[in-house]
Write a protein that binds this ligand. Sequence first.
Ligand SMILES: Cc1cc2nc3c(=O)[nH]c(=O)nc-3n(C[C@H](O)[C@H](O)[C@H](O)COP(=O)(O)OP(=O)(O)OC[C@H]3O[C@@H](n4cnc5c(N)ncnc54)[C@H](O)[C@@H]3O)c2cc1C
Length: 487
Amino acid sequence: MSSPVLLWFRDDLRLADNPALEAALASGQPVVGLYILDEESPDLRPLGGAARWWLHHALADLAAALERRGTRLLLRRGAATEVVGSLLGEMSFSAVLWNRRYEAAAITVDTAVKTMVRAAGLRADSFNASLLYEPWAVRSKAGDPMKVFSPFWRAALASGEPPSPVASAASRAPLAPAGHFDALASLPLVALGLLPATPDWAGGLRETWRPGEDGAQERLAAFLDDELKGYADGRDRPDMPSTSRLSPWLRFGNIGPRQIWHAAASAVEQGAASHRDLAKFHAELGWREFSYHLLHAFPDLARSNFQAKFDAFPWRDDPPALAAWQRGRTGYPLVDAGLRQLWHTGWMHNRVRMVVASFLIKHLLLDWRSGEEWFWDTLVDADPASNAASWQWVAGSGADAAPYYRIFNPILQGEKFDPQGDYVRRWVPELAGMPADVIHQPWSASPARLSAAGVRLGETYPRPIVDHDAARNRALAALELTKPSAS
Ligand SMILES: Cc1cc2nc3c(=O)[nH]c(=O)nc-3n(C[C@H](O)[C@H](O)[C@H](O)COP(=O)(O)OP(=O)(O)OC[C@H]3O[C@@H](n4cnc5c(N)ncnc54)[C@H](O)[C@@H]3O)c2cc1C
C-alpha cells in the first residue's frame, strides 16, 4: 500500500533545487503538492497587491510543472493547521514536508503544523531552500546574532562555501501513479482572488515579468551573459540594465540562491566576468542573508525601530506629501522616476530605492514605516526581511545602518548615476526634452530652455515640494531630538 507524501509549498515555488521535494522523492512514495493561501492564522502579514499578482502566476507555473510530472498542486485557503489537518483526514499520508520560512508568525504556524502532524504519528520535516546560510548558523564569537554586515559576511564565508543546489530527481520519474490524487479537492486558481480586478493595474507588470521557474532560469542566463561583466562598477546605474533583476523570482523561490551563487561562480571561472564582479554580486546576495539574519533575531523589524532611540523621532503627519511621493510628483526628477518605475513595473533599481527612501524619511520627515508599507504593496519582490532591513538602514534606525545625517542629495545622485538623464526621460516623459545638464534640476533652467523642452513648471511638471537645503537642515534638527539631553 502506498502512503503518499504531502509537499507543502510556500516561498519555494519551484521544482529545481528543492530539498523538500527531493526528500519526498527519496521516500519512494507518491507526492502531491499543496499551497495554502493562509489569511487567517494570527499575525501573518497579508501580501501586497504586486506580490499577489506574482504569486498567482508563479502558482500557475508550478501547477503546470507538477502536472507534467504526473501529479497535482492542491490549492486551498484557510488557517494552515486546519487545512493540513483536514487533508490528513481525507487521505492516509505518511509524511508532510516543506521548506522553511523565517518570519516569527510563520514559524509559529509551521511549529503548530509540525506538532500536529507528528502527534498523528506521521513524519513532518522541514528543509532550507531559500538561504545560503541558516539565520542562526552565523554567530559572533560570544554566540550572539551579528549586527554589522562586514563581520557577518566574513563569518558566513569562513564557515564554508554555500552548498551546491540539490541534484534534481524530479524529472526522472512521475511523482505519482496516474489519477492517484484525483479525489482530493482543490480550488481553482482564480478563486484565490490574487489578481487585480477593477481596475486592472497589472499591465506594466505583465509587460515586464515572466513569473515562475522558466522565467527565472532565462533571466539568470541573460544576466550571466550580459550584466555580470562590469557588475561591480555598473550596478549603481539605473539608466542601463546593470543588475540581475532576479529579486522577485528569489522572493517567491522560483529560483534558489544556491543556484544563482554557483552559476555566477562558474561563469566567472569560464571568463565571463572578473573576480571583483563576482565578489560584489555574491556580497549583494549576502545582504539578503544578513536581512534574514536580522529578521530572525529581531522579528519586529518591519514595525519597530531596531535602535530604540528613534522611538523619540518627531515624524510629521502630511498626507499630501506622502501622496505626492507615492505618485512620483515631488518635483525631484530622480525621485519621481523611481516611484513611477515602481508603480509601472513593480520594481525599482537599488540606487534609486535608497534615494527615494531617504527623500521620504529625511526631506519629508515621514515615518519610514509609511514607505515600507508602500513598497510592501507595490513591489513584486516585497520581502519580509530585505524590505524592512533596507528601510531601517536608510532611516538610520537599523542595525549597521547608514548614519541618519547621511542625506542623499537627489540632484547630485541623479547627475552621478543617471548622467545623461536617460532614466528620468524613460519614466518622467514630460521632462523628455530637457537637456542633460539641467534634467535633474529643471527649476534651474532658463525660461527659454524650459520652453524649448515644452516644460511649464507647476503645470506640466511639479515644482519641488520641499527645498533641498531647507529640508536637509530640518532633518538634521529633528535628529537632535533623538539624542539624550545633556542635563
Ligand atoms: C528602501 C529599500 C527597500 C528594499 N526592499 C526590498 C525588498 O522588498 N525585496 C528585495 O528583494 N530587496 C529589497 N531591497 C534591496 C535591493 O534594492 C533589491 O534586492 C535589488 O534592487 C533587487 O534588484 P536585483 O535583483 O537586480 O539585484 P542584484 O544587484 O542583481 O542583486 C542580486 C540579489 O541580491 C539581493 N540583494 C541585492 N541588494 C540587496 C540589498 N541591499 N538588501 C538585500 N538583498 C539584496 C537580492 O535578492 C537581489 O536579487 C530594498 C532596498 C531598499 C534601499
